[in-house]
Design a protein around this ligand. Structure first.
Ligand SMILES: [Fe+2]
Length: 595
């Protein structure tokens, strides 16, 4: 049975293909269209899925959209009418957005793919999140929590999932919290207030929080009230996101926290104003963590289960995840590599397979590499045409050479195997570098990533030695499998791991098992033999404002446009000749792409 899952029209569209109960391929539209956060109907991603499996649209048994458009429309309409006349400005925009494409999704999918309307199915947004978190996790019985800004109406849900090997699957929802009461909207409101992009830059708020003190927790507490049933409500006097598209916070919010940050001004952390913004970030982060810990603690008591599966955009908050693991009572916390809306494409397809069609449970591969494979020979051809020295070698020799490069302080663009699905580079489209000095961090920020100085880099470490360098609790390695937890760097190693140690002594560590990425694991070991520390800095292979690279040509183009010293794709290694020649080569690639 072939089931295609689609998420689209909010941010980060994606498609995923499930064949006989097992995901075989998934990709975000942005990785193909090269438009970051592409929210368009994911035609390229769908085509890529079908091409990978060698099937035509008429061989699809079902196409599942990740939310119910009519329910979402109902929410938008209800909120607009409830807020009338204040909402009159936003009303036409909201209606145009909703009526334009989203409500008529069955017809749109049907006409784009040429499949009959009866094959187009819908799951609820948070059902998709729950399925993506639970059905891909190696656990048979777990509590489930989903939390984001909003789906149709739901903003947070708790429940339980159970599956029997080769047998039936159940996913039960106990309770939900509904719009406009939303932890995600609370966090996004601060994201906007702090001058960052909503739905995109929430992780910058978490990064900035490390530089502040939670001095404004009492004020944030005025915005969110816990209710006797264990849920919460927002005090809507402080918000405007439910009535207008123009601004998410109200004048009362500004009275409480002061003037918002101008997005075009840099954050000067050594000034009182800069510190105020860092303290705001630290305070909303603390309140978010405390609320999630309380909710998950209650859920643990209620279910008595050792495992929690956590999905939705809020599950990208690695600091909160680590606190949930430490304080909720759950022994293991599973966060999928794509907990946000892109991951709903896999979730919707799996939910449809197990629940709608009642197909038996299947053991699923436990990795994030669902996209297209990179072609090393394509890189060799491009580089040789430009007169770069491209060497193709066997694994052992190549890995020794790259370990030498890294030990010599060279920055390496590393591409291998299938592209990661989800926002994080987990070793298949990564920039790797020595993690030891602040000079390396500054060089990467200045010359390659062009980004704010407070943004930390992440490390990758083999599972066998993680406890030597990081203070990671039992169960933490699971959370760190897909870089979903933030944990302290051991004090005695911080001076030798400066480039990946955040200002508060923590790191968003990726713990690597050999089976997940054998070549990267071998590289870490080879690097350890040279330097005594088998830890590398691992940051996503992209420039600011661009999506993570996918094909060899995109890696090559990025390599030429920034100060990456060495590029690897599969078994091919290319070293930069001179930076002076780079521009003509970029022009050549652009011309090729246009042609
Ligand atoms: Fe969502």
């Amino acid at each position: 049975m072939n089931i295609l899952g689609i998420s689209a029209h909010y941010h980060d569209s994606a498609a995923a293909l499930v064949v006989d109960g097992v995901p075989v391929y998934a990709i975000q539209e942005e990785r193909l269209s090269r438009h970051k956060g592409d929210a368009a109907f994911p035609l390229l991603a769908i085509e890529s899925c079908l091409q990978h499996a060698g099937i035509e649209p008429d061989e699809l048994d079902a196409v599942v959209f990740y939310e119910r458009p009519m329910l979402k429309f109902d929410r938008i309409l209800t909120c607009a009418l409830r807020a009338f006349p204040r909402s009159w400005r936003a009303f036409p925009k909201a209606m145009k957005n909703s009526l334009g494409e989203k409500v008529w999704m069955r017809g749109i999918i049907s006409s784009h793919l040429g499949v009959p309307g009866r094959k187009v199915l819908f799951t609820e947004h948070h059902q998709s999140h729950a399925a993506a978190a639970f059905l891909t996790a190696p656990t048979c019985h777990a509590a489930i929590m989903t939390a984001d800004a909003v789906g149709e109406w739901t903003t947070l849900s708790v429940g339980e999932g159970e599956r029997v090997a080769n047998g039936p699957t159940t996913i039960r929802r106990f309770r939900e919290i509904r719009f406009p009461h939303s932890l995600g909207m609370l966090y996004s409101t601060f994201t906007a207030y702090l001058g960052f992009k909503v739905n995109e830059d929430e992780y910058k708020v978490m990064g900035l929080a490390g530089y502040g003190q939670p001095t404004l927790v009492e004020q944030v507490r005025k915005l969110i009230r816990r209710t006797p049933d264990g849920a919460f409500t927002l005090d809507l006097n402080y918000f405007e996101f439910h009535t207008t598209a123009e601004r998410s916070y109200s004048s009362r919010f500004i009275e409480l926290f002061g003037p918002p940050r101008n997005p075009y001004e840099p954050i000067a952390l050594d000034t009182a104003e800069g510190q105020r913004f860092a303290n705001c970030a630290a305070s909303v982060q603390r309140v978010l963590e405390n609320t999630l810990v309380e909710l998950t603690r209650n859920l643990h008591q209620e279910t008595g289960l050792p495992d929690l599966c956590f999905g939705g955009g809020l599950a990208l908050n690695g600091v909160a995840n680590a606190r949930i693991l430490a304080e909720s009572g759950f022994e293991r916390v599973f966060v999928p590599p794509a907990p946000g809306d892109a991951g709903c494409a896999i979730g919707a397809a799996l939910y449809c397979d197990r629940i709608h069609f009642g197909n038996p449970d299947r053991e699923l591969p436990d990795h994030p590499f669902w996209g297209p494979s990179v072609d090393g020979s394509e890189l060799a051809r491009l580089a040789q045409e430009d007169g770069h020295f491209a060497a193709e070698s066997q694994d052992g020799a190549l890995i020794d050479q790259i370990a030498d490069d890294l030990a010599a302080g060279r920055i390496v663009g590393w591409m291998e195997g299938g592209l990661e699905f989800g926002p994080r580079a987990l070793g298949h489209r990564s920039i790797l570098a020595a993690p030891h000095t602040t000079q390396m961090r500054d060089r990467l920020n200045r010359e390659i990533k062009y980004r704010e100085p407070f943004r930390p880099f992440a490390p990758v470490v083999p599972i066998e030695v993680v406890e030597r360098y990081f203070d990671i609790p039992p169960g933490g390695t699971r959370l760190a499998r897909f870089m979903s937890g933030v944990f302290p760097v051991r004090r005695e190693w911080r001076s030798r791991l400066q480039a990946i140690t955040h200002v508060d002594g923590t790191a968003r560590v990726q713990v690597l098992e050999p089976a997940m990425s054998p070549r990267l694991h071998a590289l870490l070991e080879a690097y350890g033999r040279r330097t005594g520390i088998p830890v590398l800095l691992n940051t996503s292979f992209n420039l600011a404002g661009e999506p993570i690279v996918n094909r060899a040509v995109e890696g090559y183009s990025t390599f030429l446009r920034c100060k990456i010293d060495v590029l690897v794709a599969g078994g091919t290694r290319v070293m930069k000749r001179t930076s002076a020649t780079a521009k003509t080569q970029v022009d050549k690639i652009k011309q090729e792409e246009i042609a």
